[in-house]
Design a protein around this ligand. Structure first.
Ligand SMILES: [Zn+2]
Length: 285
């Protein structure tokens, strides 16, 4: 029997390196990366996160013009990509839960069709989806027709908080202290860890962002063993080449050397309470 194709779903907080990991994995000839596939409908309709790059595909074309994505749409049971109105599974809340659940079932069926179309189109047998969201990912995992696995990526809570605050300010957000970012990132981590309890241990690859940089080739080799793709040489640069990914870090359009970004250390050192509390929360979380 032919083995089922593999989905690698990257689950993480924002600003945790998911675009880097997604980009590194996409360099294997066996792996295709979609980026944050949950944001596909937003990018098609140019709404929600993505205004920075005008919601374009990473190839530079709009999601209606991109050749790659048009090949995928043609394999779906739709006549126009604009019929794709929702690609994100959210936790049903409030009234009308039954309706939300039935919508979620439709999104799940659509995502599975998209994955299948990508496997058929690319001849790759491993697909990376860096949508990050835990509820979305664990929903797709349940009874998946694919060999569905997770990378649970965590980064130092202080680094995530400092980076988030920087982007928050850049987009004109109101004053919000680093301690508040730190606590909300800690709660985010608790929530994500608890959602992973519904996933079998053997389907989760735990990755700490900082440890990746200690020896990237070693981590890449471990992932090749874990997910079953052939080992390859760790790329030196993060760069797009012929990728058709959705969303990701705003920096991803420039070619960059892959190296640990330690700038947050100097900010943290000036803030002893934040620094110490972050250290402790990292240890217990
Ligand atoms: Zn494209």
């Amino acid at each position: 029997m032919k083995e089922r194709p593999t989905i690698i779903y990257i689950m993480s907080n924002q600003r945790s390196g998911s675009t880097l990991i997604e980009n590194v994995l996409s360099k294997s000839s066996q792996i295709v990366s979609l980026g944050e596939a949950a944001l596909l409908s937003g990018h098609i309709h140019k709404t929600g996160p993505g205004s920075n790059w005008d919601w374009n595909c990473s190839c530079g074309e709009s999601l209606l013009e991109c050749d790659f994505w048009n090949k995928i749409y043609r394999k779906l049971e739709i006549s126009d990509p604009r019929e794709i109105t929702n690609t994100r599974i959210d936790n049903p809340k409030g009234e009308d839960k039954a309706k939300q659940k039935s919508n979620n079932d439709k999104v799940k069926a659509l995502m599975n069709q998209i994955y299948k179309a990508v496997f058929e189109t690319t001849k790759c047998n491993v697909l990376v989806d860096s949508s990050k969201e835990a509820f979305h990912g664990t929903s797709l995992y349940q009874n998946s027709p694919f060999n569905f696995k997770f990378i649970y990526l965590r980064r130092d809570l202080r680094a995530v908080s400092i980076s988030k605050q920087k982007w928050w300010k850049r987009y004109g957000g109101e004053d919000k202290s680093l301690l508040r970012f730190l606590l909300s990132n800690y709660l985010h981590r608790m929530r994500y860890s608890s959602m992973l309890r519904s996933v079998k241990k053997e389907d989760i690859y735990y990755l700490k962002y900082e440890e990746f940089f200690d020896n990237p080739q070693k981590i890449l080799d471990e992932m090749s063993n874990f997910f079953g793709f052939d080992a390859y040489e760790m790329p030196e640069y993060m760069e797009l080449n012929n990728d058709h990914t959705i969303a990701g870090t705003p920096n991803r359009f420039e070619k960059r050397k892959i190296k640990y970004d330690d700038q947050w250390h100097s900010t943290a050192k000036k803030l002893p309470l934040f620094n110490a509390l972050g250290y402790i929360l990292n240890k217990i979380g």
